[in-house]
Ligand binder design. Structure first.
Ligand code: ADP
Ligand code: MG
Length: 254
């Protein structure tokens, strides 16, 4: 089998004695769309933080294209081609949608607002080169109409689309999305799913997506990993997961 783009092996992370993650393993094949699901507090965002370098972990391994990335700083990991969005957005509200897109452009994680503001002058000089790409992505995401609005004025759903757009602007191969559809209306969720699949098909992107919305998961994902209380519970296709008794129990049994 080909080396997976991302391989997490027996990763563990405690917060002052509380085991948030215990021996969690998962693999993401290149050009796949993989879902990560599980009840609130089961460790999904913590796993994203550990994999993307935002949190140190206690034991286990993280490999990206076969290379050990555990312990690397987030910007180094981003430069290797792995970027993530945060559960609560992080777009710079007092910059326009287009400026936010340009800020996220190649070689930058685009996720630390203060650093990003300091870089604003430098970013202006790169603008011309990136402008075409930014406009193209905004078009795909149906955000052209609001390109010159302040990001802070966007609807919740549009903010989510902007987060996806900024991740795509980073030129990453693996895009990790933390609850991209939370608070987004069902019509937009369907569009969001088709945009993600489009990006995979046409731009060879790979996705790892945390999402509660089972419609999103079954519509978008090729494979799903289910966590429960910080451990691997099950994995398989979305259809398999929806009839897996262990999965049904953690979702419906409470
Ligand atoms: P999920 O994203 O699956 O809802 P999280 O990964 O955010 O869950 O959290 C998993 C568990 O770890 C929760 O019990 C949460 O309270 C705890 N946790 C997360 N981050 C921290 C932190 N920085 N310090 C202490 N506990 C944390
Ligand atoms: Mg979370």
């Amino acid at each position: 089998m080909a080396t997976p783009l991302l391989a997490v092996e027996r990763l563990s992370k405690s917060f002052s004695g509380f085991h948030a993650l215990q021996d969690v393993s998962l693999e993401v094949a290149e050009r796949s769309i993989v879902g990560l699901v599980g009840p609130n507090g089961c460790g999904k965002s913590t796993l994203f933080n550990c994999v993307s370098g935002f949190l140190p972990f206690d034991s286990g391994q993280v490999r990206f294209r076969g290379e050990q990335i555990g312990g690397m700083a987030p910007h180094r990991i981003a430069r290797l081609g792995l970027v993530r969005t945060f559960q609560n957005g992080h777009a710079t509200k007092r910059m326009t949608v287009l400026e936010n897109m340009l800020m996220a452009a190649a070689g930058q994680t685009g996720e630390l607002p203060l650093q990003a503001l300091l870089r604003r002058a430098a970013i202006r000089t790169q603008q011309t080169a990136q402008l075409g790409r930014a406009r193209e992505i905004l078009e795909t995401l149906k955000l052209t109409r609001v390109a010159n609005e302040y990001a802070g004025n966007l609807s919740g759903g549009q903010q989510k689309l902007l987060a996806l757009g900024r991740a795509v602007m980073c030129d990453a191969d693996l895009i990790m999305l933390d609850e991209p559809a939370a608070g987004v209306n069902p019509t937009l969720v369907r569009e969001f799913v088709s945009m993600v699949r489009d990006l995979r098909d046409r731009s060879a992107k790979t996705f790892l997506i945390i999402e509660h919305d089972m419609k999103f998961i079954s519509g978008a994902c090729d494979h799903v990993f289910v966590l429960s209380a910080g451990r691997n519970l099950s994995s398989g296709t979305p259809a398999q997961m929806q009839r897996d008794p262990r999965v049904l129990e953690v979702y419906l049994g409470k």
